[in-house]
Design a protein around this ligand. Structure first.
Ligand code: FE2
Length: 326
C-alpha cells in the first residue's frame, strides 16, 4: 500500500510517500520563512496554499510514482495553526475525492513518535518532543500516548526563535544560538522553571534579554539559555522514564537537532542504563513522511475516516487518540 501524507501544522508544508513496510519513498519540504517578525498563521497558510500542488508533484516524482499509484492520503489534522491545518486538509480532501481513495487525519505529535520508532528501531520509548510550537514528554500507557510533562507557556523552539529575533540573529534562530553558545563559557543566572513535570520558558527569555541590556556577552547568554533550558527538558524526561519504567528515550522535533541537547539527554540515558534514539534530521523536523507513515499504520489497523470526519483540530491532544495499532 502506498500512502501520501501532507504535513501543514505550522511553518512547513511537507509531502511524504511511504509504503506499508515503512520505506520512505520521498519526503519533500517547503518551509515558510517570514521576511520580518515572527510566524504569522495567515502568511504561513498563504505560503502553503501557493506551494502545496508543486510539493505534491515533486514528492511523486522523487518516489517515481503518479497519483494513480497512491492508495491512501493522510494529513496533519492537528495540533497546529488553524489556517495552515486547513490548507493541508483541503489538499488531502481534494486528492481523496479526485482519486477516490481513503483519507486519514492524524495527530502530528503521534506522527513524530511513530516515524521515530520505525526508523530508529526503538520499541517503547519516552519521546522528548521539542519544537517551536510544541514541547512535550510523551509515552505509551494503557492504550494512549500520554503527555507526562509539557510546557506551560511557549515551546522551547519558540523561546529560542523569539530570543534570537530580539538579539538580531534572524528568525529560526536555533542554529545561530547553538553556534554562539559554543563560544560561551560563563553560566549566567536564569530562571529554572520546572513545575512538577511541566516546564515554562517565557520567563527565561525575559531574563535573558535583561542580561543582554546589562551588557553580558551574547555568547554567554546563548550558552546559559541552552544549558538551563536543556537541563529542564532532560530533568523532566528522566523523571518520566523513571516513573513509568522505560529504558528508551526517543528525540523528535526541530530543536533536537541541537547537539548540546542530544549530548545532555544522551548522558542522562547512559547514566540510567537506557538508550537514546534520534531519527535523521529531516525526520526530526515537521515532514510529510511521518504523516504518511502514521496514516498507513492507522489504516492497517482498521481505522477509517469519512470526509465529514476530517475537520481540523487546533488543540488536538495526543491522549485523545485511542492507540489501536500497538
Ligand atoms: Fe512537529
Amino acid at each position: 500500500m502506498i500512502t501520501l501524507g501532507i504535513e501543514g501544522t505550522a511553518h512547513t508544508l511537507g509531502v511524504g510517500i511511504v509504503d506499508s513496510d515503512g520505506r520512505i519513498l520521498s519526503n519533500v519540504l517547503d518551509m515558510h520563512r517570514p521576511l520580518s517578525g515572527g510566524l504569522h498563521p495567515r502568511e504561513a497558510a498563504n505560503h502553503h496554499a501557493d506551494v502545496v500542488a508543486d510539493v505534491i508533484s515533486r514528492s511523486l516524482k522523487e518516489a517515481g510514482l503518479t497519483l494513480c499509484d497512491v492508495d491512501l492520503v493522510s494529513f496533519s489534522m492537528g495540533p497546529g495553526l488553524g489556517p495552515c491545518l486547513r490548507v493541508a486538509a483541503t489538499a488531502a480532501r481534494a486528492l481523496s475525492s479526485m482519486q477516490d481513495i481513503p483519507i486519514m487525519g492524524v495527530n502530528h505529535c503521534i506522527a513524530h513518535i511513530e516515524i521515530g520508532s520505525i526508523t530508529t528501531g526503538c520499541g517503547d520509548p519516552v519521546l522528548l518532543y521539542a519544537s517551536g510550537g510544541n514541547t512535550q514528554v510523551i509515552a505509551y500507557s494503557d492504550e494512549r500516548y500520554r503527555i507526562f510533562g509539557e510546557t506551560q507557556d511557549i515551546g522551547v523552539g519558540n523561546m529560542l526563535d523569539k530570543l534570537g529575533r530580539e538579539l538580531g540573529l534572524g528568525y529560526y534562530a536555533g542554529p545561530a544560538i547553538e553556534r554562539l553558545a559554543a563560544q560561551g563559557d560563563k553560566l549566567l543566572d536564569l530562571p529554572y522553571s520546572v513545575k512538577g513535570m511541566d516546564v515554562a520558558f517565557s520567563g527565561m527569555m525575559t531574563a535573558a534579554l535583561a542580561l543582554h541590556r546589562k551588557g553580558e556577552r551574547i555568547e554567554d547568554i546563548a550558552f546559559s539559555v541552552q544549558e538551563t533550558a536543556f537541563a529542564m527538558l532532560t530533568e523532566v524526561t528522566e523523571r518520566a522514564m523513571a516513573h513509568i519504567g522505560k529504558d528508551e528515550v526517543l528525540l523528535g522535533g526541530g530543536v533536537v537537532q541541537n547537539m548540546r541537547l542530544r549530548e545532555m539527554v544522551g548522558i542522562m540515558a547512559e547514566e540510567r542504563g537506557a538508550r537514546m534514539f534520534c531519527p535523521d534530521r529531516r525526520l526530526c523536523m515537521d515532514n510529510g513522511a511521518m504523516i504518511a507513515w502514521l496514516g498507513n499504520v492507522m489504516y492497517a489497523s482498521g481505522v477509517r475516516m469519512r470526509i465529514e470526519d476530517t475537520a481540523v483540530r487546533q488543540r488536538f491532544r495526543t491522549d485523545e487518540v485511542r492507540v489501536v495499532w500497538r
